[in-house]
Ligand binder design. Structure first.
Ligand SMILES: C[S@@+](CC[C@H](N)C(=O)[O-])C[C@H]1O[C@@H](n2cnc3c(N)ncnc32)[C@H](O)[C@@H]1O
Length: 242
């Protein structure tokens, strides 16, 4: 496999990628929940040294966030091959915005699925339903079906894994790092060996690590230099185990 990772703004970097070259995008952009969480006056920032709401990269006003998602989907449509697929992780309450923008740019809406965390943080567990789910959206581009390596098995629109294990955080912490097992499910199912996979909001590089393990080529972009450095280290240290 080959990989290229960039430390910069994804819109700027995506503009340098040639048209019709990407087979699959698996990405986990900001969910636009930073201000929502602050207005709720939660004590999460005090409870966790690594709380995403305090990290500063999810603080846009809704209209600015919507514009950034629009620009990201516009660029994705330009660089994606016909028949390519995209998985976007998202907060349940923002799903409609993403579907509307993706359809505007020619994506075919397939699925809103759920990731269920088997061991979520049991915050205020005697006061409310503990938050243990995130959504993911699945679209194909200019066709109604894309690569789908289900190997004859029925795949549900629901996936359950543990949260990211400590062993995957040894190069540094990212507040919303996804587990490799979760991302592997989508990279394996929706692409073939040698495919070009892009994650424009790469964070600590989980999609890249999975691509290296599964022998897919990878392009990753991350704005924050410290997260980019974690991703770089993880990519370098991941063995070719495919
Ligand atoms: C939800 S996190 C991704 C976490 C990743 N899935 C992982 O496993 O580590 C979103 C990331 O997008 C980055 N980001 C935000 N705006 C960006 C932009 N305009 N261009 C590139 N990266 C951006 C943030 O710094 C953050 O690391």
């Amino acid at each position: 496999m080959t990989y290229q990772i960039y430390n910069g703004d994804c819109i700027k970097e995506m503009k340098k990628i040639r048209d019709n070259t990407v087979d699959l995008v698996v990405t986990d952009p900001p969910y636009n929940l930073g201000n929502f969480m602050k207005n709720r006056d939660t004590n999460l920032a005090k409870m966790r040294d690594n709380f995403f709401g305090a990290a500063g990269w999810d603080n846009l006003e809704f209209e600015d966030w919507e514009r950034s998602m629009d620009a990201f989907l516009e660029q994705t449509a330009r660089i994606m091959k016909k028949g390519g697929s995209i998985i976007i992780f998202m907060a349940v309450i923002k799903v409609e915005t993403i579907i509307r923008l993706a359809e505007k740019h020619g994506f075919y809406y397939k699925t809103t699925g759920i990731w269920h965390k088997l061991n979520p943080m049991p915050r205020n567990m005697n006061l409310h339903f503990v938050n243990s789910t995130e959504s993911w959206l699945y679209f194909t581009y200019k066709t109604r079906t894309g690569t789908f390596n289900n190997e004859g098995k029925m795949l549900h629109d629901f996936i359950e894994t543990a949260v990211t294990p400590v062993s995957e955080r040894k190069y540094g912490k990212h507040p919303t790092q996804k587990p490799e097992q979760l991302i592997s499910h989508f990279v394996y199912t929706l692409s073939n060996k040698g495919a070009c996979v892009l994650d424009p909001f790469m964070g600590s590089g989980t999609t890249g690590v999975v691509c290296k393990r599964l022998d897919r080529n990878f392009i990753g972009i991350e704005l924050d230099t410290s997260y980019y450095e974690i991703a770089k280290k993880r990519m370098e240290e991941t063995g070719d185990e495919a």
